[in-house]
Design a protein around this ligand. Structure first.
Ligand code: ATP
Ligand code: MG
Length: 357
């Protein structure tokens, strides 16, 4: 039964039932006891009926406007949400249960809107990811096809040429496998499928070991490595040592990749910064144009300069770095001067500060 019908029944009941009961009582009284004249009884009856009519009309109208009207507004808003329109705002106008209902509806609408927007963003990013993956995989596959055709059709007619072709094919296949590995890692880390192994790490020892490791590799490439650590020797951070190494290696591999000077220099500085440690990795490479600096941490972003160069890469390295640092509760940013060099800065909170707060 509709609310409106129920209200009409209530209205009629308030009006008719007391009228009939009162009328019967009055008739009995006038017939049996003779206290009231029939005419007077009829007049009293008409007066009572009028009073009841006014009261019932007033209360029914009041109930109608305070319940039925907000419910129909809520109903309309629900229909809008069902049809995908998340913009229908219901402002609570009263401080009663209906106002509370509107308030809850408004909160629900905002949450739904947020998750609908998140889903749209996720869908857009997934599409972008697929198109980027296909683009990045297509390049080495086309090269592999070309070189294999060269070998099959006898263009590589000397053992040296054949070896060169095969080596290129091998390198391209390695590029593809590296890209797939990075993408798989990124997808896992992005969907929180990689559990971090957080532990207390001594900053001084950790960075000394790291520098020793990368130092050998950089030395073999003729790059000068500078290192200073001005933190206290007993400073601790909570971090996943392996993932933090991934961060450092990724940043350093960029410094190496984008070096354009005869003598490459990489300087690593670890400093105290209030309740955090600040790590700066500076290189004297080609630098990044000011317009690109804020975008280098975006997934698949590569500057025009590196896109147009022969340096391979998919623009995923720094997005992984950013995700790892943020999952450690830290922050990463970059400063750079074109043709002079780049500094990557990141902060990670110290152990004791985390526990004090
Ligand atoms: N040290 C640096 N010097 C100059 N440019 C840099 C440096 N680090 C990053 N960039 C720029 O930022 C872009 C994004 O870096 P990122 O590491 O995410 O991708 P990539 O190196 O191109 O590819 P990938 O790391 O996935 O192999 C690079 O393409 C490059 O243009
Ligand atoms: Mg990189």
């Amino acid at each position: 039964m509709k609310l409106r019908t129920r209200l009409i029944i209530v209205f009629l009941s308030i009006l008719i039932i007391p009228t009939i009961v009162f009328y019967i009582c009055l008739r009995i009284i006038s017939a049996n006891i003779g206290l009231v004249e029939l005419d007077v009884a009829n007049q009293i009856m008409a007066l009572v009926f009028l009073l009841l009519l006014i009261t019932a009309s007033f209360f029914c109208t009041w109930i109608y406007y305070s319940i039925f009207s907000p419910i129909s507004k809520l109903n309309e808003a629900m229909k809008e949400i069902r049809d995908g329109n998340m913009e229908c705002v219901l402002e609570p106008q009263t401080h009663d249960e209906i106002g509370e209902l509107f308030q809850n509806f408004e909160e629900m609408r905002l949450r739904l809107k947020e998750s609908a927007e998140e889903k749209l963003k996720y869908d857009r990013e997934s599409k972008e990811l697929i198109s980027n993956i296909s683009h990045d995989l297509k390049t080495p596959i086309t090269a592999i096809q070309g070189y294999m055709e060269g070998i099959l059709e006898g263009v590589a007619d000397t053992p040296e040429k054949q070896e060169k072709y095969l080596r290129t094919v091998y390198n391209k296949a390695k590029d593809m496998s590296r890209l797939i590995e990075e993408l798989t890692f990124y997808t896992k880390i992005d969907t929180n499928k990689i559990p971090y192994n957080f532990s207390k790490i001594n900053v001084y020892n950790y960075f000394s070991d790291c520098i020793e490791e990368v130092g050998l590799e950089l030395e073999s490439k003729g790059i000068i490595l500078g290192y200073t650590n001005s933190t206290d020797k007993d400073t601790l951070i909570i971090a996943d040592g392996e993932q933090l190494k991934r961060v450092i290696n990724n940043i350093i591999s960029n410094s190496v990749k984008y070096l354009d000077k005869a003598q490459g220099i990489i300087d690593i500085r670890v400093k105290d910064s209030l309740d955090s440690i600040l790590v700066e990795i500076e290189d004297n490479g080609c630098g990044i144009a000011p317009k690109d600096v804020p975008k280098v941490f975006d997934r698949f972003y590569r500057t025009d300069a590196s896109r147009n160069s022969l340096k391979g890469g998919s623009g995923i390295g720094l997005s992984i770095v950013k995700k790892i640092i943020e999952d450690h509760g830290g922050r990463i940013w970059c400063t750079s001067t074109e043709h002079i060099g780049t500094v990557m800065h990141f902060v990670i909170r110290k152990y004791q500060e985390v526990y004090r707060s």
